[in-house]
Write a protein that binds this ligand. Structure first.
Ligand code: 5GP
Ligand code: ZN
Length: 115
């Protein structure tokens, strides 16, 4: 299953996607279709379909992902201006890639509202 997963393949380095940051459990790379001046995805190295598959068994991976998301924001100079970290879980949320990922968005005033 994970052999065909695009984010598993990226995390394994198979597609040559440059990482802007990485940690023990996660990698971070730029989104293919950015929705803000800074749009980075933080992706667990281990395949998990969505957030509900990660907790509670892999809370360490989630904590590591949020820590890396903050590191990405720091590297991008967003700590003062602000940034948003979101994950989509399932169809109503608009998840399109079934491998857990956190979007890190910033570099401009983001749209108000989350729903
Ligand atoms: P979702 O809609 O599942 O929350 O977010 C998936 C995100 O992955 C989208 O923003 C999309 O642009 C991005 N994406 C999909 N395929 C690729 C890819 O092959 N490389 C990169 N860098 N981003 C991708
Ligand atoms: Zn995967």
């Amino acid at each position: 299953m994970t052999e065909d997963c695009i984010f598993c393949r990226i995390a394994r380095g198979e597609l040559g996607t440059p990482f802007v940051a990485e940690s023990e459990h996660n990698v971070a790379f730029r989104d293919l279709a950015p929705q803000a001046p800074i749009h980075v995805l933080v992706v667990p190295r281990r395949h998990m379909t969505a957030l509900q598959d990660a907790v509670p068994g892999h809370a360490d991976v989630v904590a590591d992902a949020l820590t890396l998301a903050t590191e990405v924001a720091r590297q991008a100079g967003l700590l003062e201006s602000g940034y948003r970290v979101i994950t989509n879980d399932g169809p109503d949320a608009g998840q399109t890639v079934p491998h857990l990922h956190f979007h890190v968005l910033g570099g401009a005033t983001l749209q108000a509202g989350l729903g």
